[in-house]
Design a protein around this ligand. Sequence first.
Ligand SMILES: [Zn+2]
Ligand SMILES: [Zn+2]
Length: 255
Amino acid sequence: MKVTILGCHGGVAPGYRTSCYMINDRFLIDAGSVASALSPKRQAEIEDIFVTHPHIDHIKDICFLVENTFYEERSILNIRSTPDILNSIQSHLLNDILWPDFSKIYVDAKQKKALVRYLPIEQGMVHDGIKITHMRVNHPGHAIGFILDDGKNQIVFSGDTGPTDELWELANQCKNLKAVFTEISFPNYMDTLARASGHFTTQQLLEDIKKLRNQDVPIYIAHFKPRFFEELMDEFHRHAPKRMHLLHQEDEFKF
Ligand SMILES: [Zn+2]
Ligand SMILES: [Zn+2]
């Protein structure tokens, strides 16, 4: 599996793009920065977005992806997640007030092909040859994480979360776990705020990953808040073990 990091920050500032991972050049996990990171031509090749939760930093670029790529030949863009999350996106963002409801806009004369389709995910579904498992994590908005399994290797994507259990329990069942992509959002002194908002501090994550049996698997960190970037970097470099790596935009991994 190929994972390309289009955006890996927990906020927007010059040079900081929000959560968006591209898998095998084909589909996305979250769409916080797809329109900022890819040319319109490349954006048109994206047909599926798996969404971890409806927070704006994870979905905002769906608005611009559709706008940049709607023409008759383009395939329908499938937004895939749980019914709760899909409903939030349609009711609160693409609701014909903040932005058009693209599921009701057709590009063909026969009005069969809408710009966007909402497709609920099924547990263990196979997409593009990859088995996709999802589980609830500890974050608002009915947030979920994903485990991708190509039949040989498994990769965990926690999305936004604070201390959690099911994610690690399912990760412990993976036979060939290659990587965990997770988050740190706040410095250690903001422990209370991190817990209240469902995010990790460095200290909390170091505690939580003790639940993961495989203590060799690399842990990749996203979602630093730009405002606290320097403090977070400092704590990370002082406390993170060798197997923990900070993600950078444009990073590419093959597992
Ligand atoms: Zn986020
Ligand atoms: Zn969030």
